[in-house]
Design a protein around this ligand. Structure first.
Ligand code: SGN
Ligand code: CA
Length: 513
């Protein structure tokens, strides 16, 4: 016994170098993490994410460079902006000649793994171990593929959030102890259509969630894109697919809404016991809907309440599973030499501006949660520096003691984690969204944000008359209701931001705007 412990310890060179556990959820809003202090979290707290925040650093100004899944993942892997790595839109394709951060880690002696949602069209590159979901992944009994399944996706019994954590722990259990590791844990949850785990189907059943200040925004002062988007809870959130009122008879209103069949396919994945528990829970919602027959503002509010219940139930499972992973790391004495990141591929609207989904450069979707634990560094601290997902690859490399390649544009967050904001730290960030026309119809735009102001340029490369701009003073107007573009009082600021936006476009060789 003693011998085997001794030989294990002798082989365990992983403690020389820091390990990395990077956890990323899909569409998790900072508004629904208690450590960020939002109203919703008073009713739906996240104790395990808070536990991580208490041990580490909470970034209050963390942003993405393109608020969509595959672009965000390509940015993480390459350390490049969308136009540099090729993944501009959801269905686009990352340029696979670019080196992935996982490849660099591998070449430098790290053992690498990714579990859960991969989502990109290319195969995982630079991973010793992977267990990845098919496309967006399913919540119930989803298909995963690994090196061992010969490229085939195989159905696994269980709930996506739990299975993803199982695979993460499986990697940790069987890893090569003589090497440091980097493990990417990419959850499907809480992505649309927000299907909760069986044990949480009744959670928050009697809770009434507060409405955001901008719930009934009429977009006056904003230009065309805020009016023409298709992400309003009111008009675009569907009764059957999004809100699971799947008991409607074919003759009843809403029964043939968009993607009602998609809901059926999701239900068909369940085993009889899961299906029974599901029906027992959602028949109540159906009855409530039939009884109230809500229309107009009542319908919008009814949808919002039910949307939040499902979304927050999915978050509850995420929080539990993050807790399970932290327990594992603690139990195996890995907290002393492991950096732990928690983030999302972008933010999400929880009814702000009347919306769900993301894509816009407005705060709720542009910002993303970011919590980082760095062993023995500042505990329970908050950081207000402007950081962006282009910084993640350089940070991971820095943690691993590997020099950042010249082509990477972001900066390592390690100095910040050690409690120091370098003098030359950036004072603004660049954003660019490309996916139009596409689902939710958010127009293409780019823009710049500094610590106080934001300038957004919406464009249509073909129809110049659709081009328009918005300017916000985030200090005076954090909800971005008051577009100041063209306001003479803000001319100096507008000119300054325009100049900065122009210089970003030149510097980064942006080819459309
Ligand atoms: C799916 C969703 C959209 C969502 C995109 C992108 N529709 O297409 O609502 O905007 O994913 O999300 S659904 O009917 O399939 O649920 S992302 O997080 O992958 O970028
Ligand atoms: Ca996403």
């Amino acid at each position: 016994m003693i011998n085997s412990v001794w030989s294990h310890a002798q082989n365990d060179r992983s403690s020389d170098k820091l390990n990395i556990v990077y956890i990323m959820t899909d569409d998790h809003s900072y508004q629904t993490i208690s450590a960020y202090g939002g109203e919703l979290t008073k009713l739906a707290p996240t104790p395990n994410l808070d536990r991580l925040a208490k041990k580490g650093m909470l970034f209050q100004r963390a942003f993405v460079e393109n608020s969509l899944s595959t672009p965000s993942r390509a940015c993480l892997m390459t350390g490049l902006y969308s136009h540099q790595n090729g993944q501009r839109t959801l269905f686009g394709m990352v340029d696979t000649t670019k080196t992935f951060v996982s490849e660099i880690l591998q070449q430098n002696g790290y053992q690498t793994a990714v579990v859960g949602k991969w989502h990109m069209r290319c195969e995982p590159k630079g991973f010793d171990y992977y267990q990845i979901l098919f496309d967006q992944g399913a919540y119930y009994n989803p298909e995963f593929k690994s090196k061992e399944t010969g490229g085939k996706y195989i159905r696994r019994e269980g709930y996506a959030t739990t299975l993803t954590t199982d695979y993460a722990i499986n990697f940790l259990e069987h890893r090569n102890n003589s090497k440091p590791f980097c493990l990417f844990v990419h959850h499907k949850a809480p992505h649309r259509n927000w299907m909760p785990e069986s044990k949480y189907l009744h959670l928050y059943e009697d809770v009434e969630f507060p409405y955001p200040d901008t719930f009934d925004d009429d977009y006056s002062t904003r230009c065309e894109p805020a009016h023409s988007q298709q992400m309003e809870i009111d008009k675009c959130m569907t009764i059957v697919y999004d809100l699971k009122v799947n008991q409607l008879k074919d003759t009843e209103p809403y029964s043939k809404e968009w993607n009602a069949k998609g809901m059926q396919l999701s239900l068909n994945r369940m085993n009889p016991s899961e299906r029974q528990q599901w029906e027992a829970a959602y028949v109540k919602r159906y009855e409530d809907f039939q009884k109230k027959q809500p229309v107009g503002q009542d319908l919008k509010r009814w949808k919002y309440q039910e949307y939040l219940k499902d979304y927050l139930r999915c978050i509850k499972s995420v929080d539990d599973e993050v807790g399970r992973l932290l327990d594992y790391l603690e139990k195996h004495d890995l907290m002393k030499n492991t950096v732990i990141v928690y983030t999302s591929d972008q933010g999400f609207y929880m009814g702000e501006h009347g919306w769900f989904d993301k894509r816009f450069m407005y705060e709720e979707s542009f910002r993303t949660p970011l919590i980082i634990y760095y062993p023995e560094k500042k505990k329970n601290s908050k950081c207000k520096a402007l950081v962006q997902n282009i910084d993640y690859a350089p940070t991971i490399l820095d943690v691993a003691g590997i020099a950042k390649p010249d082509y990477m544009v972001g900066n390592s967050l390690v100095p910040l984690l050690k409690g120091r904001i370098p003098n030359e730290w950036r004072s603004d960030i660049y954003y660019h969204y490309y996916d139009f026309p596409a689902q939710h119809q958010v127009r293409r735009h780019d823009g710049v944000r500094d610590n106080r102001y934001k300038l957004i340029h919406f464009y249509d490369a073909k129809k110049k008359h659709l081009n328009c701009d918005e300017l916000y003073d985030l200090q005076k107007d954090p909800n971005e209701l008051n577009n100041l573009y063209g306001d003479i009082k803000y001319k100096k600021i507008q000119d300054r931001l325009q100049k900065r936006l122009d210089s970003y476009r030149i510097e980064l060789k942006v080819d459309e705007y």
